[in-house]
Design a protein around this ligand. Sequence first.
Ligand code: FES
Length: 173
Amino acid sequence: MAKYTVANVGDLQPGERIVVELEGRSVGVFNVDGEFFALLDQCPHAGAALCSFGKVFGKSEAVAPDAEITYERSRSIRCPWHQWEFDIRTGESFYDPANARVRKYNVEVVEGCPEDVIDLEAQGIQKGPHILEGYHVSVEEDMVVVDTSRVRRGTQSRRATRVTQLPSTGARP
Ligand code: FES
């Protein structure tokens, strides 16, 4: 398991998603009003490509029948096959939260640009600290990094295969 750079922050605007290939699995990465979330591109009901073709929509909530209703846009995704709906932040099904859940991945935003990401161990480079005379390097863009580990450990970073940026609606199979 490892961490993969999947996009620059500026390439994934609020309400948008991308689908990438990580370790042979298709994973959807979503920007929900500036927060990033990643889900396996597979519906737990019958296996539809949920992230690739699901419709993203908002979520309305109230703590009681007469309480104020809050609305959050781009918070949920609806499966293109049988219309099950899931919370993008948690992967939980609104229909059956206890038993139906899409696998969720950890996502973090790391300062830097993709060219900075090097797998030191794979390249046989010794870890620092190394002291040398250097020049100032500026950070031009931030990166969105998906962690495929169930338990977070290690610091390996790699580039993901970016598949495509998808529209918010899709066709039924
Ligand atoms: S395959 Fe997604 S709801 Fe049936």
